[in-house]
Design a protein around this ligand. Sequence first.
Ligand SMILES: Cc1cc2nc3c(=O)[nH]c(=O)nc-3n(C[C@H](O)[C@H](O)[C@H](O)COP(=O)(O)O)c2cc1C
Length: 186
Amino acid sequence: MRKPITILGFAGSLRKNSYNKALLREASELVPKDAVLEVFDLEGIPLFNQDFEAQPPKKVKQFKARIRAADAILIVTPEYNYSIPGVLKNAIDWASRPPGDNVFFDKPVAVMGASTGRLGTARAQYHLRQCFVTLNMYPINKPEVLVMFVKEKFDENGKLKDEEAKEHVGELLGNLVAWTKRLRKA
Ligand SMILES: Cc1cc2nc3c(=O)[nH]c(=O)nc-3n(C[C@H](O)[C@H](O)[C@H](O)COP(=O)(O)O)c2cc1C
């Protein structure tokens, strides 16, 4: 039997009760049978300093190693001021350096997000997709998982109660796994 597809997921929020972290936990339960979703917490990644890109801090080394070992990436992001949260962009910047050691290179990726607003992180996701071009990642286009008005979609225990959102998350993960297998065969 072939090894399961390993997806590494991380959320662009450090908040304990983050809806995006909750959405990532939910994804762990909706992942296809022939895949596993591992989670990496961005807490503790210092601010990027190019002076140290060749010898990055321990937490960054761990992050890069986990990305390198994964077959595919899942990014779950909030939207801050119509764009990518600094925490997420900072982590991506570390992992993309130094030149020749961009660990995202050639990886399939899926993105989803939850926000309290009406566009459900759409603007942040499009900015993130722009980064995928220079990172040379292969993103899943559909479905776009935009969980808007998020306070209504989770229960008091942080469980996603919106069936349509769950369906979209499941479909996105299914597409990510299928896409990863297609790239493996090529
Ligand atoms: C600095 C900051 C900027 C924000 N900007 C936006 C925004 O542009 N669009 C939006 O829909 N929500 C915005 N929000 C609200 C977030 O959607 C909300 O705080 C959400 O819960 C953050 O995700 P989290 O629960 O995973 O931490 C902003 C929140 C913060 C703290």
